[in-house]
Design a protein around this ligand. Structure first.
Ligand code: DHB
Length: 442
């Protein structure tokens, strides 16, 4: 471990979690148990860490001393690292034809099958399947949110059965989601609604991009308001008009914590301070009070640290520049196509204002959005959530994580949510915070 401590653990590797293995490179899990746990209480929580990134396939790897898996072992947790298929997973069929095995929702189904394996074998394995904590970052954060949201939902059951997943539950106890790239079918409009204020300046869009950006941004308020989210502090219904203040609330908390911890925040990025007078004209970050945020100025600052994606940020595939995104590949077919997954981009790319998505694509998109399942009485949503999105992470709009957290809070789930200061797109950071929280829910 980074602190010099050595952790001994048992490794159980290469355990196939379905009987109809389609892609033997990915469809197995590794399972690790601290030696001390094997000798004493084996009913410890299981950290299930997915290494999915970019919606691509992820192998079952070994624990890493520098991330949550190593830390979990040193804290006495069992660790499960499942592999899963993703957009780039491919096998060669007997005739020589390439077959893409991991288009949506295959990756999620694999992870659910791994969860089922743990439940099915709970009595035979160390670790407590009633205490599974999922963890992932970015597309992996989205997978973690889906595992948390969709436990036991019957919509996935026939697909899991076809794969030969264990006949067992797939709900989990807690979901840890770092910068989840999710709510994909609304992510383009969310992005342009938030970052439109940077278009004329640092973002430097051309006329066609400006038009796309404006059209997407204009579509967002109706979606946002259809969610019926409420400010957890006072129950106010969130609208496009009051949402910026709601977002600023989380950014202010973030900046304030940074000040309290001695971080010297630049004066010119839109954070407004009250600075109590101190002897000798000294300025101490710890005594500063964050009073407000100039959101437009702050967002323009964020964009200078990492250029934005061009519009549409997620469903591109020929809308403007011919580029296909990871998400276009995700919704493509087994022959390796790329596909649109929003009406806006489909209609713009085909110049057909009445084009509709194939029902099959629509259904796959639906199965991959946790917002469709939280609180659905046909499933068991995880009771505990830890959600983080860096305060300068521009891979998706802040609203994606804020709305996920808010929907969960509104429905009474236990949610620890923050936009950590000065964090870009990343995960498994502030592990002291995470493990203190995990300890609090045990
Ligand atoms: C990831 C990042 C993205 O910007 C995206 O669109 C999808 C996935 C990732 O890091 O996993």
């Amino acid at each position: 471990m980074p602190d010099g401590k050595t952790v001994s653990y048992h490794a159980y590797e290469h355990i196939y979690y379905v009987t109809n293995v389609e892609d033997s490179t990915y469809q197995y899990l590794n399972f690790y148990v601290p030696e001390a746990v094997c000798q004493t209480d084996s009913h410890v929580p299981i950290l299930l860490r997915t290494y999915v990134g970019g919606y691509m396939a992820a192998r079952a790897v070994e624990p890493d001393a520098t991330d949550a898996t190593g830390r979990a072992l040193s804290e006495g947790y069992a660790v499960c690292i499942p592999g899963s298929r993703g957009s780039n997973a491919v096998v060669t069929l007997p005739g020589g034809e390439k077959h893409f095995t991991g288009r949506a929702p295959a990756g999620l189904l694999d992870l659910k099958a791994a969860v089922r394996y743990l439940h099915y074998n709970d009595a035979l394995m160390p670790g407590d399947a009633e205490r599974i904590v999922t963890d992932g970052t970015s597309a992996g954060g989205a997978m973690s949110s889906l595992l948390g949201a969709t436990g036991n939902h019957p919509l996935y059951a026939p697909l899991l059965q076809q794969m030969g997943a264990a006949d067992a539950r797939d709900d989990v106890f807690a979901a840890v989601c770092y910068c989840p790239i999710t709510d994909l079918e609304h992510a383009d409009m969310a992005y342009e609604w938030l970052y439109g204020c940077t278009n004329g300046g640092v973002r430097g869009l051309d006329a066609a991009q400006m038009e796309v950006s404006a059209q997407l941004a204009a579509a967002y308020p109706a979606y946002l308001e259809s969610l019926g989210l409420r400010n957890p502090a006072d129950g106010t219904l969130l609208t496009a008009a009051n949402y910026p203040d709601y977002l600023k609330h989380y950014l202010k908390l973030s900046a304030q914590r940074a000040c309290n911890e001695g971080c010297d925040i630049p004066r010119d990025i839109g954070i407004c301070f009250y600075q109590p007078e101190e002897k000798g004209g000294r300025r101490r970050p710890q005594s500063e009070v964050v009073t407000d945020i100039d959101l437009e100025k702050y967002l323009n600052y964020v964009v200078t640290t990492h250029p934005l994606k061009s519009p549409p940020a997620f469903d591109q595939a020929g809308v403007l520049d011919g580029r296909a995104t990871p998400e276009n590949s995700l919704f493509g077919d087994a022959r390796g196509s790329v596909a649109h997954f929003t009406l806006y981009s489909l209609r713009r790319a085909t110049a057909n204002p009445t084009a509709t998505l194939p029902a099959e694509v629509e259904e796959r998109v639906r199965l991959l959005n946790p917002m469709n399942f939280i609180g659905d009485t046909s499933c068991r949503t995880a009771p505990h959530w830890y959600i983080r999105h860096g305060a300068r992470d521009r891979d998706t709009a802040f609203q994606i994580s804020v709305n996920l957290a808010t929907r969960l809070m509104n429905l009474g789930y236990d949610v620890d949510f923050a936009l950590p200061w000065n964090r870009p797109h990343s995960g498994d950071y502030h592990l002291d915070d995470l493990f203190r929280w995990l300890q609090s829910i045990r």
